[in-house]
Design a protein around this ligand. Sequence first.
Ligand code: ADP
Ligand code: MG
Length: 324
Amino acid sequence: MGTTEFDIINRYFTDRTKPRGDVALGIGDDCALLQVSPNQLLATTIDTLVEGVHFLADTSPYDLGYKSLAVSLSDLAAMGALPTWVTLAITLPHADEMWLQNFSDGFFSLVNEFSLQLVGGNTTRGPLSVTTQLHGFLPLNRALRRDTARIGDAIFVSGNLGEAGLALQMLLGNAKIATSDQTHLLQRLNRPTPRVAEGLALLNIANAAIDISDGLAADLNHILERSHVGATIDVEDLNLSPFLLRHITQTAAWNLALSAGDDYELCFTVAPERVAEIQRLSANFSCGFKMIGKIEKESGLRIKHRDGSDFKLDSPGYEHCWVN
Ligand code: ADP
Ligand code: MG
């Protein structure tokens, strides 16, 4: 297997400096947490979308503008932070007025929905890519981190998984989807709903969280590794969308739900005594929260059927991989 993005981050960019006292959390989570005032933390994240890697060349500029901010909002949501300020760096092959109007309309639809402000950025010429940096606030000593899951915690997921993955398969010509279902699936791929309100509501209840950008199995593994724990999940507890089940087999749907990227749902862990609270809270959100498994001492992720037999995952998740 080639060098992954995580190999590069670990080898060249992690632990290269003496930690500063004002960095509450550095590299390794959905956001960094910086102490800029005595009782608040600044949460910050940055994401780049590159044509042909993160979005197809024929993605509409409105959707691209929307999604480039949605993915960063999802990282703030995963920390339980309140988003505030955004900066935007765009690299464009040429200045097309119609394109820029649509792109900026998509971008500002989310800026306004979440009462953010665009406070700066950078504009350059070159192959199309979009980078958003997003900041937000957290109270001191409270964040939904990846490294704080505890043995015995219940594992929950918001919404349902795999619809964006099926939309991508449809666009790549690998899945035939009835016309009546195409709009919904494309919406899930191109206009993901960042779970910001859900993250804020979970801040005082959940022990750990991550947003699912590279597939549930891969992203839950980040919680497990950073928390030095393991987990068992039951595929039969996964919330499978009827949009998946209408077009692909249940096994294919489980595979998409576990390993397709671009869901931008939240995966979080909760102490057993607070599970009822989560179930009550779930009713307040249209996406809902579904319990899918349990944090355990034994390291690694075990994916099972209800009868206890192993579920064989086709691929572990979307891996950003550079082959030498
Ligand atoms: P996410 O999917 O939540 O955006 P990633 O998996 O991309 O997070 O990144 C994992 C961690 O590595 C994050 O904390 C991110 O900020 C950090 N990271 C990624 N690339 C770099 C880099 N070039 N230099 C420093 N930190 C990085
Ligand atoms: Mg993330």
